[in-house]
Design a protein around this ligand. Structure first.
Ligand code: TRP
Length: 455
């Protein structure tokens, strides 16, 4: 097994595109709005932005440099950079969270496929707001339909991982991602111009810090990790395929900016429309799927064909954005099994797919027939989301920051971020302070706050 053997995924795909493709997905368009809605709006967004800058960017640079330096899967990376130590558990923990995230993520990705079919068949037109809500609820609680879509989505990801049609993805995402961005802009304008949309805009822009509690802090931090694909070795795995002349700090900043812009735009689509038609902002995971059909209907109701085409385009682009994220999640487990256990890539990918199909089906069922089976008061779907975004990924981020800030030789950090001294890097000191102090202390404080240590 040579380095190039495993590079067949990443080496052909544009660096920023691959990383941004991993970062931009359902986390931005589906999860960000509902977490913002659950946590009261503008104040949550400001704290989220703070987390992206203070924790997200430094940790992303750390993941990049660990991955590119070691040129290995995430568990192998720690083994190679710190032989004989226990740091390898950070990588292993990451692989485990990857499985859990992939499982519930593909359920929602499956929902986007259902909505593509609904958009084409006209099932979403001419309904009232209550109609959209009940369509969604009936669909997710159906025992087999969402589960089948989940399987379909995981298999789609599997085929791409095994066949390696990355070139096609690269070429098409160069067109599709900007197209998604433009469509989001158009939809945001439509949403803002709906009657009574002002309240939704205020919800996004007028912070009320009196409502900020430990849940809001944890939610914002978790969302930053989730949205940037951080804390579980995803970007570390991708960085192992980066070229040696890739500029790590700049790539990290670009990815963070693109990812944040998409999330904010999604907020400007969802909330003005939700307030306009009377959907509660704290409707949870259903928020995107019950609000958007309203936007298409209200804004383009007089032109049914246009409404149909735009909603079709939206759900197709959303599914593709989710696909570039599931590919990155799949790749973490596949690279790990392939390199650490010497499975062929195909066998490794099949194992990941099988596990995630089983877990994904369980997550999907937990929203319908299995909804009475709860653990800590949560369904399996909610539990996987909570445990990964709010515990495992921030904990992973904490260890990554400690590893890069305190354990790794500073020479390695310098060489990687300056490409062996060929780049001028102004942020070296700031980065080190971020990794040594700001990120570890910040994450620890948010965790302690959860335990009500501060009253
Ligand atoms: N960041 C992606 C999104 O926003 C989801 C994702 C892909 C992810 N890879 C990840 C989340 C790794 C956490 C860890 O949709």
């Amino acid at each position: 097994m040579t380095k190039n053997d495993r590079a067949n995924f990443g080496s052909k795909i544009g660096v920023i595109l691959a990383s941004a493709g991993s970062a931009v997905g359902l986390g931005n368009i589906w999860r960000f709005p509902f977490e913002t809605g659950n946590h009261g709006g503008a104040a949550f967004i400001l704290i989220y932005l703070g987390c992206v800058i203070a924790l997200g960017i430094p940790i992303m640079i750390a993941e990049f440099l660990i991955g590119r330096r070691s040129r290995a899967n995430t568990a192998g990376a720690y083994r190679l950079l710190s032989p004989g130590t226990q740091w390898k558990w950070v990588g292993r923990l990451g692989v485990l969270s990857g499985f859990l995230i992939y499982s519930f993520y593909s359920v929602v990705a499956g929902w986007t496929l259902e909505y593509i079919v609904q958009a084409v068949s006209g099932g979403l037109s001419g309904q009232s707001t209550e109609g959209f809500i009940s369509t969604f609820n009936t669909f997710v609680s159906n025992p087999w339909r969402p589960a089948l879509w989940t399987i379909a989505f995981v298999l789609l990801t599997h085929i791409i991982i095994v066949r390696g049609v990355e070139r096609g993805i690269e070429r098409s995402s160069k067109i599709l991602m900007p197209l998604l961005f433009i469509l989001l802009l158009v939809l945001a304008c439509c949403s803002i111009s709906l009657p009574n949309a002002g309240e939704g805009v205020r919800f996004l822009l007028q912070p009320d810090f009196s409502k900020v509690d430990s849940k809001v802090l944890l939610g914002a931090m978790g969302q930053a990790f989730f949205s940037l694909s951080l804390g579980m070795g995803c970007l570390c795995t991708y960085a192992s395929y980066f070229r040696s002349d890739t500029k790590l700090p700049r790539t990290a900043c670009n990815v963070a900016v693109i990812d944040t812009l998409v999330a904010i735009l999604a907020g400007f689509i969802i909330f003005p429309a939700a307030f306009s038609v009377g959907i509660r902002p704290d409707s949870g995971p259903s928020l995107l799927f019950i609000t958007l059909p309203n936007v298409f209907q209200q804004a383009f109701g007089a032109l049914p064909l246009l409404a149909m085409l735009l909603s079709l385009l939206f759900y197709v682009l959303l599914a593709l954005a989710a696909l570039t994220s599931t590919i990155s999640l799949h790749e973490v487990g596949t690279a790990y099994l392939h390199e650490e256990f010497n499975f062929s890539r195909k066998k490794a990918a099949t194992l990941v797919t099988t596990c995630c199909v089983v877990l994904g089906i369980l997550c999907s069922l937990s929203l319908g027939v299995g909804s009475h089976l709860t653990l800590f008061g949560m369904t399996l779907f909610d539990l996987f989301d909570f445990v990964t975004a709010k515990i495992m990924m921030p904990a992973g981020g904490l260890f990554i920051a400690l590893f890069a800030g305190w354990y790794l030789d500073k020479q390695i950090i310098w060489e990687e971020i300056s490409n062996h001294g060929t780049l001028k890097v102004h942020i070296y000191r700031v980065l080190l302070i971020g990794l040594k102090y700001v990120a570890p202390i910040g994450i620890t404080l948010v965790f302690l706050d959860q335990l009500h240590v501060f009253g």
